[in-house]
Write a protein that binds this ligand. Structure first.
Ligand code: ADP
Ligand code: MG
Ligand code: ZN
Length: 616
């Protein structure tokens, strides 16, 4: 629910003022003719005007019979000037330097009179009006602020943008295909339903939960569903709303948000798109950045001072976790991360089912087929497909939505997504499948690497088209030389697989190469793991100026050594790639076979991969 804004706004006032000016101008221009000075002189010579009032800058006066006709004749038919109409009885002209004028007027016997500009009027126009307007505006603003809270100090009390929902009515049934995330959130719901009981049983509850995932995967929806499932109030605010023009408003609003939440507990505070406000702080080049920083600092302070016992859970969502300020992710703040990923085949089928409930579906529609037609789509895209299909059916005046409409709708949505380069072509998908399977098979064959937990070709984030997830079996602080070599070999497995199967690599291995190169460089420069260069560290940490490196790091070794290091890094990487190619060459059958399965299923988990590899 959103509080209503004060009805009267400055905009209306300005519009009314302008309208008045225009109307006044219009009526004046209907009765007063504007003349050029040359026309005026002609009229003087021919005595077609009289009763002149000469002021400092203008001359006004009355027309004599025949003046209108004369001016019309002077101007000609195609004059660009404003038309002279018979109703016009007076004129005005901008005065020019003309020493003979008085003599000429006297000679023609035209009455004239010099007028002094009323000084009080001038004064009024030049400064009294602006001052009055300014003061008026000031009072107006003060009043508005007062209406929102009570004086200037309560600016932040303006609750206009904190949305409070007593009951969201969204449940987990509405959010499909994100079971893993739901499982992780079940505990939170349990806690919100009965905070006291949970506490007495000794449950420890996280303070802040960060939902991380690509746009449109249902993060906002999931947060509301948690509130709906727990039947608690839902207070939400969007990170981008904190970007305010008055310094201090954002911080005040955060304070207000937490104060409200405390009163409404148990409840959920949800900060959507937290990246807008939680960007990593740095040396801000623009003064305006300070406002965001203040808001962020206030948020951190509130979170630290908040006691979970009161039954308030703070949730936030972002699709760009990498740009968040590390302070936000520290323990006691948003330390629990729930990944909301794009749905897999089964997930998409479920999402289709959820959204299809809202429209009348024909019998020929097969959700499984629809799901297989929409790889890489997020929940919002699928909702869009269903909506589009329904619209198409309406346009064709059908009374239900058939497969044909769905197919057409998918084409449309895909075309829209392709512009944003998010949907990958079948050819690219094939390449991604082989690439990822390359990593996975190499990892499975080497002992010094972490076991493969999952291989996926569901696009993740902005850059990654697929991923191979390896989870360590134990916490590691040390890596041996051979373990590092093994890891590099796995990193290059994607590139090796592409070369083996397609004859050449693609740009998809960029990140792999970067990581492998970093590792090889570290081996040579920092860990003394290269035989050729020996146990020397060429990588001494240098104090940096405010974390900004100016003009590169000064070297502590000769050009000759620099070349040696480069050669050695090259050698290590080349050897790793060769090793990778060797492993994949020896297991080409598995690579081909399991990549095809991956292409079909999109996700293969670790145990499955093991059994698929073992099959003769
Ligand atoms: P996000 O916050 O991750 O960008 P939203 O929660 O705003 O995504 O989702 C936008 C819309 O897309 C939702 O209102 C819903 O209709 C649809 N949607 C997204 N994900 C799902 C899902 N997992 N299940 C059902 N509908 C979904
Ligand atoms: Mg959202
Ligand atoms: Zn890769």
């Amino acid at each position: 629910m959103m509080e209503k804004k004060v009805g009267f706004s400055l905009g209306y006032f300005l519009i009314a003022f302008l309208a008045l000016l225009i109307i006044q101008n219009y009526f004046l221009s209907r009765t007063v003719a504007q003349l050029s000075y040359s026309e005026f002189k002609v009229l003087v010579k021919e005595r077609l005007i009289n009763d002149l009032e000469i002021r400092q800058d203008t001359i006004e006066g009355k027309f004599v019979k025949g003046a209108i006709e004369r001016i019309t004749a002077l101007r000609g038919a195609d004059s660009k000037e404003k038309r002279i109409t018979p109703e016009m009885t007076t004129f005005y002209v901008v005065r020019m330097e003309d020493g003979d004028l008085v003599r000429e007027l006297t000679a023609e016997g035209i009455r004239f009179n010099a007028l002094q500009e009323a000084t009080w009027l001038r004064a009024l126009l030049s400064w009294v009006v602006p001052v009055v307007l300014f003061v008026g505006l000031w009072f107006f603003l003060m009043k508005r602020m007062g209406a929102a809270g009570g004086g200037l100090m309560a600016v932040g009390k303006s609750k206009a943008k904190i949305y409070v929902e007593g009951e969201t009515k969204v449940t987990f049934d509405d959010v499909a295909g994100v079971e893993e995330a739901e499982d992780e959130l079940k505990e939170v719901i349990e806690f919100l339903r009965n905070p006291q009981k949970f506490q007495s049983l000794g449950g420890k509850i996280p303070k802040g939960i960060l939902l991380v995932g690509p746009p449109g995967t249902g993060k906002t929806m999931l947060a509301r569903a948690v509130a709906g499932e727990a039947k608690v109030a839902f207070l939400s605010i969007s990170g981008s709303d904190f970007v305010e023009m008055f310094v201090g408003v954002g911080a005040a609003r955060v304070r207000d948000l937490f104060a409200q939440a405390e009163k409404m507990a148990p409840c959920i505070i949800f900060i959507d798109e937290i990246d807008a406000l939680g960007r990593a702080r740095g040396i801000s080049p623009v003064a305006g950045m300070d406002e965001k920083e203040q808001t962020l600092t206030q948020l951190l302070t509130e979170m630290d001072g908040f006691d979970t016992k009161k039954g308030v859970i703070i949730m936030a969502a972002t699709n760009r976790p990498e740009i968040l300020d590390p302070a936000l992710l520290r323990p006691g703040r948003f330390d629990r991360h729930v990944v909301v990923d794009r749905p897999d085949l089964k997930g998409r089928e479920e999402i289709f089912r959820v959204h299809a409930k809202k429209v009348k579906i024909s019998d020929d529609v097969d959700m499984k087929v629809l799901a297989s037609m929409t790889p890489g789509m997020a929940g919002a895209d699928i909702a869009n497909v269903v909506n589009e299909a329904a619209l198409l059916a309406v346009r064709k005046s059908k009374n239900d939505v058939a497969m044909k409409e769905f197919e057409e709708a998918i084409e449309r949505v895909v075309a829209g997504l392709e512009k944003r380069t998010r949907v990958i072509s079948p050819k690219e998908r094939e390449r991604v499948a082989f690439h990822e399977m390359g990593h996975a098979i190499v990892a499975s064959m080497l002992s010094g690497t972490d076991p493969v937990r999952r291989v996926s070709i569901i696009p993740r984030g902005i850059a990654a088209l697929g991923y191979t997830l390896q989870l360590p079996t134990e916490d590691r602080f040390l890596l041996t030389r051979s373990e590092m070599l093994d890891r590099m070999t796995v990193l290059l497995g994607g590139k090796a697989a592409e070369e083996l199967v397609f004859g050449e690599a693609s740009t998809g291995a960029k990140n792999d190469l970067e990581r492998a190169t970093d590792m090889a460089t570290a081996m040579v420069k920092s860990y003394g793991m290269s035989e050729r260069l020996g146990p020397v560290s060429y990588d001494r940490a240098r104090p940096r100026f405010l974390d900004v490196q100016l003009g590169g790091q000064p070297k502590e070794y000769s050009e000759y050594t620099a070349k040696e290091i480069d050669d050695e890094v090259h050698g290590i990487l080349r050897a790793a790639l060769q090793r990778s190619s060797g492993i994949l060459g020896a297991h080409k059958e598995q690579l081909e076979r399991i990549s095809r399965i991956l292409l079909e299923r999109e996700v293969i988990d670790g145990d499955e991969l093991k059994s698929l590899l073992d099959r003769p």
